[in-house]
Design a binder for this molecule. Structure first.
Ligand code: MN
Length: 293
C-alpha cells in the first residue's frame, strides 16, 4: 500500500520539510500570534504500516507557519492493544501521558506501564515502542526535534508475542507506596488493586485499574486534585478507613495539602457525623506520619 506524503509526515511526527532547511534563530515571516483552537485540529488515523491496532494522531504544528521552529509533536491516542512499531528517534523523544494506561518498552528490557502524568524520556537512538495496555486505551503527547529533517526511523512491528509479555507496572496509584512512603519499589510492584484482589477477583482488579483509574480518574472534566477531595469526602461519610488510608495518600500526591484534608474532615463532621470525622482524624494521623512532607 503506497504511503502518501501526508501520512509520512504524520507517522513520524515530522516537522515540515521547510523547517529542516532553515537556520536557527531565523526571524519568523509573520509577527501574528496564531491560536489553533481546540477541536479545530484534525486527528488522522495512524498509518497501518507503522502501527498495530487503532491509533489517531493530531499534530501540533502542522497547520501553521513554522519556519525556524525545530520541535515536532502531537497528541497520539491508542485504543486498547494498539502500539507503534519498533523505532528510534535521532534526537530522542519526550512522551507526556495524559489519559489511560500505556506501555513503553526498550529493546531488550521488559515493557513498563505508564500512566497519566508520567513523563517518559527516550534517549537518541534507543530502539523502543509505545502504546496502549492490552485492556485500556492511552493518550500521550509526543515531542521530538528533527535531525536532518527526520524525527523517527522505523523498524519492524511489535509482535503479538512480545506485546503479550508481562509488563512491569508503573507506580501503583492506589498505594501509599506511590508517594515514596512505604519503601515501595516503583516499576516492580503490582498495582494496589492487583495486590488486594488479583488472586481472588482478577477481573475486579483489572476493572479497577483500567476503568476506575485508567478512565474515570483520567477524565479531564475534573482535576485529579478535585477528584481526590470528592473521593476522600465520600469515604469519610461512609466511614471506610481502609480505602480512606489509600486515598488520603493519593490526595497528597494529587496536590491536596494536609491542611486542606483536615478542613475536609472538619466539614464532613457536620455533614456525615462526628464519629466518622474522628475515625478519619486517626487515619490521617497514620498517613501523615508515613508520607514525608
Ligand atoms: Mn517513540
Amino acid at each position: 500500500m503506497p504511503i502518501n506524503t501526508r501520512s509520512l509526515r504524520i507517522l513520524g511526527l515530522l516537522v515540515l520539510p521547510l523547517a529542516a532547511t532553515t537556520t536557527e534563530g531565523q526571524t519568523h515571516t509573520t509577527s501574528r500570534i496564531i491560536v489553533s483552537r481546540n477541536g479545530m485540529r484534525e486527528a488522522q488515523p495512524a498509518p497501518r504500516e507503522r502501527f498495530t491496532g487503532v491509533a489517531r494522531v493530531s499534530p501540533f504544528f502542522e497547520s501553521q507557519a513554522r519556519e525556524g521552529v525545530r520541535p515536532s509533536g502531537g497528541v497520539v491516542t491508542f485504543e486498547a492493544g494498539a502500539r507503534t512499531a519498533w523505532h528510534t528517534h535521532p534526537r530522542g523523544q519526550t512522551l507526556i501521558v495524559t489519559a489511560g494506561i500505556g506501555r513503553v518498552q526498550r529493546w531488550g528490557d521488559p515493557a513498563e506501564e505508564i500512566r497519566p502524568g508520567d513523563i517518559v524520556w527516550i534517549p537518541p537512538g534507543v530502539k523502543h515502542w509505545h502504546g496502549a495496555a492490552p485492556n485500556a486505551a492511552m493518550t500521550h503527547v509526543a515531542l521530538a526535534e528533527a535531525l536532518d529533517g527526520r524525527t523517527v526511523d522505523w523498524e519492524e512491528q511489535v509482535s503479538d508475542a512480545k506485546y503479550a509479555a508481562p509488563a512491569a507496572p508503573g507506580v501503583a496509584p492506589l498505594s501509599p507506596a506511590a508517594s515514596g512512603a512505604a519503601g515501595g519499589t516503583a516499576g516492580a510492584t503490582p498495582s494496589r488493586a492487583q495486590s488486594l484482589m488479583g488472586d481472588i477477583a482478577p477481573k475486579l482488579a483489572q476493572l479497577t485499574d483500567s476503568v476506575l483509574f485508567g478512565d474515570v480518574w483520567a477524565r479531564p472534566g475534573l482535576s485529579r486534585r478535585d477528584r481526590s477531595l470528592a473521593t476522600v469526602s465520600a469515604l469519610i461519610a461512609m466511614n471506610r478507613p481502609d480505602q480512606l488510608r489509600s486515598h488520603l495518600a493519593l490526595a497528597l500526591q494529587n496536590g491536596v495539602t494536609r491542611e486542606e484534608l483536615v478542613e475536609a474532615i472538619i466539614q464532613m463532621a457536620f455533614y456525615s457525623g462526628w464519629p466518622n470525622a474522628v475515625t478519619a482524624v486517626g487515619v490521617a494521623r497514620e498517613v501523615f506520619a508515613q508520607v514525608p512532607r
